[in-house]
Ligand binder design. Structure first.
Ligand code: CDP
Length: 145
C-alpha cells in the first residue's frame, strides 16, 4: 500500500534493474518491449535484472550482449542516476548508466524494435514510469554538454 506521500508501507522485495543510455551523435538508443512481457509496447533504455552475485556493471554488460549483441567493457559504464517505482509485487530500483563506446551494431534480439532517438523524439515515446525521470538527465548529454 502506498500512502499519499508516496511512501511504501508494505514490505516487498526490492527488484534491482540496470539500464544503459547508449549515446551516439546526439541520439540515445531505446528499445520497444515485445508483446507478452510486462509493459509491452513501451520504449525503454535497454537493460535488465541484476542476478545474484553480479555487480551492476557486469549485469548490464551481460544484458546488452543478450539483448543487442554488443560487447561492452564494464569499466566504460558511467553511473548517471537512478529512479524507483512500485511494481505489482516488488519495488523497482532502476540504475541508469551512460555508455559512449561498445563493439558491434545493436540488433533487436529481444525487443520488437530499436530506435535512435534525439531529445524531441524521446519526449514523444511512451516509456515505463521508471524511465521517465531519466529524460531531464539526458537532455544536456544529448545536446553534447
Ligand atoms: O531482461 P530481464 O528479464 O532481466 O529484465 P526485464 O524484464 O527487461 O526488466 C525487469 C523489470 O524492470 C521490468 O518488468 C520492467 O518493469 C523494469 N524495467 C523498466 O522499468 N525500465 C527499463 N529500462 C528496464 C526494465
Amino acid at each position: 500500500m502506498i500512502s499519499e506521500s508516496g511512501v511504501v508501507r508494505e514490505a516487498r522485495p526490492m527488484l534491482l534493474v540496470v539500464a544503459a543510455a547508449m549515446i551516439k551523435g546526439g541520439r540515445v538508443l531505446v528499445q520497444q518491449r515485445p508483446e507478452g512481457t510486462a509493459l509491452a509496447g513501451l520504449w525503454e533504455f535497454p537493460g535488465g535484472k541484476i542476478e545474484p552475485g553480479e555487480t551492476p556493471e557486469a549485469a548490464l554488460a551481460r544484458e546488452l550482449d543478450e539483448e543487442l549483441g554488443v560487447t561492452v567493457d564494464p569499466a566504460a559504464l558511467v553511473p548517471l542516476t537512478f529512479a524507483s517505482a512500485p511494481l505489482a509485487d516488488r519495488h523497482l530500483v532502476l540504475l541508469l548508466y551512460r555508455l559512449d563506446r561498445w563493439e558491434g551494431v545493436p540488433e533487436a534480439r529481444h525487443a520488437s524494435a530499436l530506435a535512435w532517438a534525439d531529445m524531441a523524439a524521446l519526449r514523444r515515446l511512451p516509456m515505463p514510469p521508471a524511465d521517465l525521470p531519466f529524460l531531464e538527465v539526458l537532455a544536456p548529454l544529448l545536446r553534447g554538454e
